[in-house]
Every structure is written in structure tokens, then in C-alpha cells.
Write a protein that binds this ligand. Structure first.
Ligand code: SF4
Length: 279
């Protein structure tokens, strides 16, 4: 089995690319992945997410090796990784009333909450499991680009497996958020392609309350939902080929978007191209 970097060597689709194009903003997708504009800043959520994810990775590896990670060690590791992330990312844009230290304090509390919430009877089977599978529609047509991704963790309890993804969130998840998310569809599509089995995805969500809380949301998918996902990707490909990139003007994501300057100029650039073509 290859690593995620091996699979990323060739053109591919991933959950984050599909989600950015369809659910975040297709113009941001264009700026990031096609024009490859440099980012004006790194949103704190991205930097925080990287340090949090790396700490979860360590927790997962410890559990896989049969150890119960100590809360103090995990919190200390987050503090170290967060410091490294800040140095690596440079220009981080913090939310109001936040700074490096307050984010570290919050992150340590959230990691502590995750360690407290772990089930000692659950076995971690794998960590960071990479996949690359063909995208096949209901008629058997195969897309040029494969679907690539990495699953945080595969766990097993009482002979039953589940794929686990750790998330942080500023609020409690609505009841149907896991059922509506595209991420389990992508993971479970790959699971079916690779192993022919239908298992659940579980989101372990740490909510950023003053005292963080952990929620678990379990979801499954049907074959019909896989077919719908492949059709969404096919339609996205057609839209990309024909240059359908539009700002998502009232998006929740605009505040943290590192391409706000280019976005504000977008309609002037588009108008210039259109007038040029007409002449
Ligand atoms: S600022 Fe908002 S609309 Fe503009 S590219 Fe970014 S996310 Fe899209």
C-alpha cells in the first residue's frame, strides 16, 4: 500500500478538492488549485487543524501499539507541534481575542478531552491509511482521475470495524451533519472499492467550548449515494473544463479566505476578458 504522497503524484480528486469546489467556493478552488495564487495569510483554523491532526496521529499510533497515551504527554506534544506550526506558517490570521498562547491553551484542553473520551476497549487497527481508487459511475464508466485520500484511523471493537475521523468544531454538530457530509461518502466508496465491505464512519468531534466536549457521530452510506458522488465529480469536471468558477458571495468561509483581494478584483478581470473577446 502506498503513501498519500505517492498517490498525489498524479492528477486526482480528493474529498477536500470536491468539497471546496462544490460546497465552499468554486472561485476559491480556482485561485488555490488552478491559478495557484500564493495565500495572503494562513487562517488560524488551518494551522490549528494541522497541529491538532498531528497530535491525533501520535495518539492513534500509541493506541495501535497497545499503549494508552497519557493526557499530559499528549497536551505537551500539542503545545510543541503548535509552536512548530506557527513558525512554519508565518502569517497566521487569528480570530478576535486570540493569540498564539490562547490557541495553545485551547488546543491542550481539547486534546485532553479527546484522550479522556477514548474507549480503552477499542483497538486501533491502522493510522493514516492512504487510498487511491478509480471513480466509476453507475454505467461502469471510469473517470481519468482516481479518487485519493487518507483515513485518520481504522478501529475495531467486538469484531466490528469503523473508520474514524477526528474533527474540531466551534459549535455542536447538528444531528444530520454527519449524514450530509461528503467525506464519509468518499471514504466508504473507497472502502467498498478496496475491500467490498460496508462499514460505518465515526466522527469524533471535539467542540471548542470553554470546557471542551467530545461528540461522536456515526454514519453509513448506500450504493446510490456513491453513484451520486461520482456524478457530482463528473459534473464538476465539466464545469472546470468550461471555466465555471463563481464567488460564493455570502459564504461563511469568506472571512477566512486567503484570496479576498483577488476575489474583489475578479469581476473586473472577467469583464476585461469578455470585452476583449467581443472586440
Ligand atoms: S472571498 Fe469568499 S467568494 Fe471570494 S474566493 Fe474567497 S470564499 Fe470565494
Amino acid at each position: 500500500m502506498g503513501t498519500i504522497n505517492d498517490y498525489r503524484d498524479r492528477e486526482h480528486w480528493s474529498f477536500s478538492a470536491i468539497n471546496q469546489f462544490l460546497n465552499i467556493c468554486s472561485l476559491q478552488f480556482f485561485f488555490d488549485r488552478i491559478a495557484r495564487l500564493p495565500k495572503a495569510f494562513t487562517p488560524v483554523s488551518l494551522s490549528f487543524g494541522s497541529a491538532f491532526h498531528r497530535t491525533c496521529e501520535w495518539i492513534g499510533m500509541m493506541r495501535k501499539d497497545g499503549h494508552q497515551p497519557k493526557k499530559a504527554d499528549a497536551c505537551e506534544l500539542f503545545h510543541t507541534l503548535w509552536g512548530r506550526q506557527v513558525a512554519e506558517d508565518g502569517e497566521i490570521r487569528y480570530d478576535e481575542e486570540q493569540d498564539q498562547e490562547s490557541v495553545s491553551t485551547q488546543g491542550r484542553a481539547m486534546i485532553g478531552c479527546l484522550v479522556d473520551g477514548m474507549d480503552p476497549d477499542e483497538q486501533v487497527v491502522s493510522v493514516n491509511e492512504a487510498f487511491a481508487v478509480p471513480l466509476v459511475d453507475a454505467q461502469g464508466n471510469v473517470s481519468d482521475k482516481p479518487l485519493v485520500g487518507e483515513i485518520d484511523c481504522r478501529v475495531s471493537k467486538g469484531g466490528k470495524q469503523a473508520l474514524v475521523d477526528c474533527k474540531t468544531s466551534g459549535r455542536r454538530w447538528p444531528k444530520d451533519q454527519a449524514d450530509k457530509s461528503l467525506q464519509p461518502t468518499v471514504y466508504l466508496y473507497a472502502e467498498r472499492q478496496l475491500y467490498g465491505q460496508d462499514i460505518p464512519v465515526r466522527f469524533d468531534v471535539i467542540v471548542k467550548n470553554k470546557t471542551p466536549v467530545m461528540e461522536q457521530h456515526v454514519t453509513t452510506r448506500t450504493v446510490d449515494q456513491f453513484h451520486r458522488m461520482v456524478e457530482l465529480v463528473k459534473m464538476s469536471e465539466r464545469m472546470i473544463q468550461t471555466g465555471h468558477f463563481l464567488p460564493s458571495e455570502q459564504s461563511f468561509y469568506c472571512a477566512g479566505c486567503p484570496h479576498q483581494v483577488a476575489c474583489r478584483a475578479w469581476h473586473r478581470e472577467a469583464a476585461r476578458v469578455t470585452v476583449g473577446m467581443a472586440a
